[in-house]
Design a protein around this ligand. Sequence first.
Ligand code: BES
Ligand code: MN
Ligand code: MN
Length: 451
Amino acid sequence: MDALATLIDWLRIPSISSDPAHNGDTRRAAEFAAQLLANLDHVELIEAPGRHPLVYADFLHAAGRPTLLFYGHYDVQPPEPLNEWHSPPFEPAIRRDPHLPGDNLYARGSADDKGLALTLIWAVRQMLEERGSLPVNVRFLIEGEEESGGEHIEQFVATHPERLAADAAVIADTEMFAPELPTLCVGLRGIIYGEIHVEGARTDLHSGVYGGAAPNPLQAMAEIITALKDHNGHITIPGFYERVSPPSPLERAAWARLPFDEAAYLAREVGSPELTGEPEIALFERLWARPTFEVHGIRGGFIGEGAKTVIPARAVAKVSFRLVADQQPAEAVEQIRQAIAAATPRGVRAKFELLHAAAPSLVDASNRYVQAAAQAMTDTFSAETVFTRSGGSIPVVGLFDQHLHIPSIMLGFGLPDDNLHAPNEKLYLPNFFRGIDATRRLMDRIGSFSI
Ligand code: BES
Ligand code: MN
Ligand code: MN
């Protein structure tokens, strides 16, 4: 079967890792990946109780040559809202957009991340078929919990670093800055995701009879939230910026040269009346090198049809903070807890429940593995590779740095309009094939290194 048909079959499996109703599908997607890696030496589903399996495989026959650790994830985000999809999320469909010459493959997981993970897998399969050998040693680690906390991989990397010994990691889970512009991502934000719980009265109360005496947890929640970030998007948690390290003058200058139309970004990608955030800080620095605080949802009180006069007894807000180098998740969580305590009005109790956290990462672009990747990308696209960062998070990059002490090459082939996590996620198919090509070129280049 060819690469595209294989991808389409993989995408039909709704491997939504956060939804226990899809545990069977998530496992099937892992088994599918293991099957694709069957022509390597050791293929294994690594299990842990209550966790989605890790798919591991290796092929270690290039004595004296570097070892690459290939990473991707087979889990996907939930597809909701379903009514906004033009074709069903798990029935892959090929359509063309007027503004680009190639086809798009629409499906949940096409760009995040099955399509990109498959570029790595397919490059290795092709090379092995054609040559019977590889120019480098390779290990694969494909996880199924990237979109839902990633406890399994965190525990595995921390406890079995020897099983992942490598010289560099190759991460296929990022995007290019623009179509036809080969991009290497060298920085990611970290994340702290949690819930703020606020409790007031014993039970919901009549707002006429008790209003004026009983505290309102939703009002308290609003006060807490607005105490954490000001109108200019500046986080007001004491100490939060102390470890934030600004981009170098060289990096800033490179970002300023990126081909970018802010008006088009505002109109087509964001679609709000204007862009917000810290006014004195340039856009890419706000997106890539500054921490954020976002509220994702607030639950509490009455939200049904019509009117109901009630003072809710409790409220919950789902929130996250993005962190940048050199912020430390554990320290930031402490700062957040203290700021919430200080902002909690009288009459209610508030607490922060941590769901998951990941450290930010910054890769030294001058190391020879990243440079080889830049060359491979340049050769594939016949254009000079640019170095960017991304505002998103890939927890494993920090884990590989911390436990394996290796740099990560972030070879991404998504595009800014791929609708990651949103309705109508798609993959630009020419990039899928160029991803395979670039991965082969990367292996050949690194295969000429001696270690
Ligand atoms: N692949 C994305 C992260 C990403 C997106 C990096 C675009 C670079 C460009 C990844 O699957 C993702 O969505 N990560 C989550 C992290 C999480 C749930 C811990 C994120 O960033 O929200
Ligand atoms: Mn991803
Ligand atoms: Mn994602």
